[in-house]
Design a protein around this ligand. Structure first.
Ligand code: HEC
Length: 106
């Protein structure tokens, strides 16, 4: 009985600590509101606004969390990141990170 309880606890812990797979459909939907500034598919043409496409998922997620908690300051992004949940951030970051950027000399 004791070991069964332990096993249940371990399984519960494992399911909590394993990152959930990103929901790309939800990410695509949530990302639509970002594209007017960050550009179609996250390739920016707006001065002062970085491209998001192809940036590492962990980087995008960490920046969004820092905008959300105010550690990174930007008037616009602090407001935009505020209502995002961790799941929103993971999904949006995965969606922008899926694009492969090819380097070419001009
Ligand atoms: C009104 C315009 C606008 C909208 C809409 C917008 N952003 Fe931004 N975003 C900016 C600007 C401007 C910056 C540059 C901030 C800075 O200089 O620190 C930025 C920066 C970022 C960065 C940091 C990128 C880097 O290279 O460090 C991320 C990530 C980001 N935005 C994600 C998003 C997401 C996700 C959305 C939609 C939920 C979104 N943004 C919507 C204007 C916008």
């Amino acid at each position: 009985m004791k070991s069964a309880a332990l096993l249940t606890t371990l399984l519960a812990l494992a399911s909590v600590s394993l990152p959930a797979a990103a929901d790309m459909k939800a990410g695509e939907k949530a990302a639509q509101s970002c594209l007017m500034c960050h550009g179609e598919n996250g390739i920016s043409t707006m001065p002062g606004t970085p491209s998001l496409a192809g940036q590492p998922e962990v980087y995008l997620a960490s920046q969004l969390k820092q905008f959300r908690n105010g550690k990174r300051h930007n008037e616009v992004m602090n407001v935009i990141a505020k209502p995002l949940s961790d799941a929103d951030i993971d999904n949006i970051s995965a969606w922008f990170a899926q694009f492969e950027i090819e380097l070419k000399k001009k």
